[in-house]
Design a binder for this molecule. Structure first.
Ligand SMILES: [Zn+2]
Length: 496
């Protein structure tokens, strides 16, 4: 009742001329990513997938609300659309570029109107190129829909930007004997639907950015448990892990332990489930913090177990997933903090303190290295996964910690993840909160470590140098360094 009243009051007057929704949500790095004019609350994704043939057919129902009077609006999608209905009425649509579909409803859409958008589609995702590549990965036994920032284009139509989060129901029909992993929990067990085919249903009850929605389809062993905090743990291991199988398990089975440790630093775990998926060798070259269920390339475990990558991806559940970037320029809020979590784990496990890791990294890159020319706070679109975003990014977090003092810094971590849970944040907002909590002007340390394309001199950033006064001598390599460095070299593959 109150909802209908609100529509009547705010939707009717003025009757401003309906205009097309913007083809982008307003991200300076990726101007055509996401869309304007509406806000999505829920995706109901139902697809059928034929492994081998790599044929995907689907129907996605999008629940949204118009934020302006719309003559048309865009969806981000690359597969072939076969029909679109808006509130039950057949809409016309036209492709614009390789990942935009312009939808024109047969009736005018007014501001605040609720929209039910039903899109039917089909395609061979591995053959569809958009933005110059194919993020979809066809494997010998199925497929992986995993990527950042682009992946949704290859399997469901969306408002594809972290700023428009929504809940997701993901339902996948596959041949009997094939497993499907996705986000959240399974509200019902997989069940036979038609002869020879089984439907897997997954549900995410917390808002999720579209790039964090994923599918892993293939031959997997699924391991379920309950975490110390009472939440379900759902892990999965490709049956093709071969020599990586035991080290993958020895790492990913520590997820609930890592989450419990991280809760002590970042605050309560923000989602309804946790877990990880190890995919087969030579399929993806990275790990990704898919919401509630991170995915790991088998190669992370080639040297034996690696808790650091599990720490990194699970730290992202707070920094990146629950609190998502406002624009992709804010990527340091994800990677700097997830990398710094590895430093804290190193300190916790006695493999080198954060101070030692800072000094070692600082001295690792000479002043002439191009590493220092990439600004973590504004790396530029081609460099959002540059090693500087991770390593200088973690160094920046450490300098902010030194400038704030430990009590204020650890209070900041919990205050940020609590205040912006299920939302978004940008670097300026983090700086403002850090200054409010510490009572200090932190402009010098943020500018020096995030926005200056040269190697910062120690001792010149005011309070930042309090505990690291003067130039540092090269120290002994911390025990954790090789593992942390290997993780970051793999992670920097993400999109290249
Ligand atoms: Zn990361």
């Amino acid at each position: 009742m109150t909802v209908a009243l609100a529509v009547a009051l705010t939707g009717a007057p003025a009757q401003a001329a309906a205009a097309p929704g913007a083809p982008g949500i307003g991200d300076p790095y990726f101007p055509d990513y996401g869309n304007g004019g509406y806000d999505v609350s829920h995706y109901d994704i139902r697809v059928r997938y034929h492994p081998g043939a790599d044929v995907l057919t689907g129907t996605t129902t999008i629940l949204a609300r118009a934020s302006q009077d719309l003559s048309s609006f865009n969806l981000d999608f690359a597969l072939n659309v076969t029909s679109i209905k808006v509130n039950g009425w057949t809409a016309t649509y036209a492709r614009q570029g390789d990942h935009e579909v312009v939808v024109t409803a047969p009736r005018p859409i007014s501001r605040n109107q609720f929209l039910t958008i039903v899109v039917q589609y089909e395609g061979v995702p591995s053959e569809v190129v958009a933005a110059g590549y194919t993020a979809w990965t066809k494997t010998s036994d199925g497929a992986l829909a995993i990527g950042q920032p682009e992946i949704a284009w290859w399997w469901y139509p969306s408002n594809d930007h972290p700023r428009d989060k929504a809940t997701h129901d993901i339902s996948v029909l596959v041949p009997d004997g094939v497993e499907v992993l996705s986000n959240g929990v399974m509200p019902r067990a997989p069940r036979a639907e038609i002869p020879g085919w089984t439907r897997w249903s997954w549900r995410s009850t917390r808002p999720m950015a579209s790039y964090l929605a994923f599918m892993a389809i293939g031959q997997y062993e699924i391991v379920t448990d309950t975490a110390p905090n009472g939440l379900p743990v759902i892990n999965a291991y490709s049956e093709n892990l071969a020599e990586y199988a035991t080290s993958a398990r020895a790492s990913i089975e520590r997820t609930s332990e890592v989450v419990e440790w991280a809760e002590g630093i970042f605050g309560p775990y923000p989602f309804e489930a946790m877990g990880g998926v190890a995919v087969a060798p030579s399929t993806i070259g990275f790990a990704l913090e898919n919401q509630t269920r991170s995915t790991y390339a088998a190669e992370f475990f080639r040297r034996g177990s690696d808790p650091y990558v599990v720490v990194h991806e699970n730290a992202h559940q707070w920094f990146g997933d629950s609190v998502a970037v406002d624009t992709w320029q804010d990527i340091w809020l994800n990677e700097g903090f997830a990398s710094y979590a590895e430093w804290l784990w190193s300190e916790y496990t006695g493999e080198g303190t954060a101070d030692e890791l800072f000094e070692f990294y600082y001295n690792l890159y000479p002043v002439t290295s191009s590493f220092w020319t990439v600004k973590p706070g504004d790396p530029g679109p081609p460099n959002i996964f540059h090693p500087a975003v991770y390593d200088r990014g973690a160094m920046a977090v450490h300098q902010i910690r030194l400038a704030m003092g430990d009590n204020a810094f650890f209070a900041l971590l919990k205050a940020w993840t609590s205040a912006r849970k299920d939302g978004n944040g940008n670097i300026a907002q983090l700086q403002a909160l850090a200054e409010a909590i510490s009572g200090r002007d932190l402009d010098a340390v943020f500018t020096t470590w995030l926005y200056t394309p040269t190697k910062p001199a120690l001792g010149l950033a005011g309070a930042a140098a309090a505990r690291s006064a003067g130039p540092t001598a090269t120290r002994t390599e911390p025990k954790s360094f090789q593992k942390i460095n290997a993780v970051h070299q793999e992670l920097a593959n993400k999109n290249w």
